[in-house]
Design a protein around this ligand. Structure first.
Ligand SMILES: [Zn+2]
Length: 473
């Protein structure tokens, strides 16, 4: 077997050299200059598999292979459903001040890809080793809904926990007047350890830098009913995590982005005040913004309205000073990045995810049209089922008939709104059926895939690269 050395991976542990190699099929292995007993080997050439045991040992020897909390640093989450994309992602971060969150997967994605939190972390770690990335990186346990969900990620060594209390957010607009009145008259103030008078008192006056916020007594009570249960749930998750973590620091995100209604300016202030009052130390908050944040396509909505609302969100963020604004479903939202970065003074976290998968399909469309046609057909068939848990609006009737497209036009489907969304949400079914073939193609065309990922992610990072405003003269 012929192997090629991956130059960026060469590392020294106690005067012993260790590196990564690739075979002709693109499969990666570890190799060392002298035998390392602690590593499990399949043959005699000091060659080792990228196994969970070997990952664990390597992490214990090389500190920078472990994820770390990133605090208020500008950060971007990459998310990688295939487990081989990290070193391409890292290339995009080189030379920027942005910290990568290289392992990032929600429970929903784990289920659909049949992966565990540990596998996600290990895959990201191999990419870190491969690229020789010795700067901090994060690992995000995304959209956690229960303590059980959280435990799996905690055990695997994640450092960033995104709590999604969406199920506890009450959609008041869907209620009739009688129900709403009854809720308003029976508020359980104990839920957040407060009282009616304390609550009203806390929100009657606002700091002078936030004089644009107004709230009537009715607004205050409505905010309590809408978010009280959610904040209580966040508090429960936080206390549990804190007791596991002890003195170890971690990133803690509160995300209310997957709710029916945008988070109003007052609601943002209310949530931050309550989190603070309850002693929760959070590093990022993901509001649900105005406009549409659909998967895999640019922001849809009025940009002036978005900017004027975002500035107010950012003013609240600045007033509290302890957290980043997190932008979810952040892939391909090119038209809003600059607005977010500048107004938040680069204290932002951007979550991108599924578009590395779309870039992988772009490679397949180019190098293996036959497989791509099968993937496309399967996605078309699955779309009605799989779209249920995603925010998308693609209409299959808008899609071109693939049978009438010549091979060289197939990559264009990755640029079209409807086909992007259809392909985006059906990854689970596609990976079940064609995962092995997809990985085989990508490994054989690894450099092409890495180049493409770097280019694609770099477009997302561009506006988050800090540049000092020009001095006024
Ligand atoms: Zn989200």
């Amino acid at each position: 077997m012929k192997y090629s050395l991956i130059n960026t991976s060469v590392t020294t542990i106690d005067s012993q050299k260790i590196w990564m190699i690739r075979d002709a099929e693109g499969n990666r292995y570890l190799q060392s200059d002298r035998p390392i007993k602690a590593l499990k080997s399949e043959n005699n050439d000091n060659i080792y598999l990228l196994s969970p045991e070997n990952a664990k040992w390597l992490r214990s020897q090389i500190p920078w292979l472990n994820p770390q909390p990133l605090g208020l640093k500008t950060s971007v989450g990459t998310g990688d459903r295939l487990g081989i994309s990290t070193s391409g992602h890292i290339r995009a971060f080189q030379g920027t001040q942005i910290s990568p969150v290289l392992a990032q997967q929600s429970v929903r994605e784990l289920i659909r890809t049949h992966r565990t939190a540990q596998m996600v972390l290990d895959d990201a770690m191999w990419g870190v080793f491969e690229a020789g990335w010795n700067r901090p990186w994060g690992a995000d346990a995304d959209h956690l809904k229960t303590i059980d969900d959280m435990k799996e990620y905690y055990d695997a060594g994640f450092t960033f926990f995104t709590i999604d209390p969406g199920e506890y957010v009450k959609n008041l607009n869907s209620l009739d007047n009688v129900t709403l009145r009854s809720l308003l008259n029976n508020i359980d103030y104990d839920l957040l350890a407060t009282s009616e008078s304390e609550l009203i008192n806390n929100y009657t006056h606002f700091p002078s830098s936030l004089d644009f916020i107004t709230a009537s007594e009715q607004d205050i009570k409505r905010a309590f009913i809408k978010y009280g249960g959610a904040i209580h749930h966040v508090q429960k998750m936080y206390s549990q995590l804190k007791s596991w973590m002890g003195n170890n620091p971690f990133d803690f995100e509160v995300s209310v982005d997957e709710t029916d209604e945008p988070t109003t300016i007052f609601e943002h202030y209310f949530i931050a005040c309550e989190l603070k009052r309850l002693g929760i130390e959070w590093t990022s908050l993901a509001p649900r913004f105005v406009g549409k944040f659909e998967k895999g396509v640019d922001y849809q909505g009025n940009l002036h309205e978005f900017e004027s609302e975002y500035r107010k969100h950012a003013a609240i963020q600045k007033y509290f000073g302890n957290y980043k604004i997190s932008i979810h479903s952040g892939s391909d939202k090119f038209s809003i990045y600059k607005i977010c970065a500048v107004n938040s003074e680069y204290k932002t976290h951007l979550k991108t995810a599924g578009t590395s998968y779309l870039e992988a399909l772009r490679i397949i469309a180019t190098v293996d049209p036959e497989l791509f046609r099968k993937i496309y057909d399967l996605s078309m068939n699955r779309y009605e089922i799989d779209k249920a848990s995603y925010y998308v609006s693609a209409r299959p009737e808008n899609l071109p008939k693939i049978s009438s497209l010549p091979d060289d036009r197939l990559p264009d489907l990755l640029n079209q709104f409807d086909s992007r969304q259809v392909l985006h949400v059906c990854f689970g079914a596609v990976l079940d059926q064609y995962g092995k073939e997809i990985l085989l193609d990508l490994n054989r065309n690894y450099d092409l895939y890495m180049d493409d990922l770097e280019k694609h992610l770099r477009k997302h990072l561009q506006d988050f690269i800090y540049s000092k405003p020009a001095e006024e003269s």
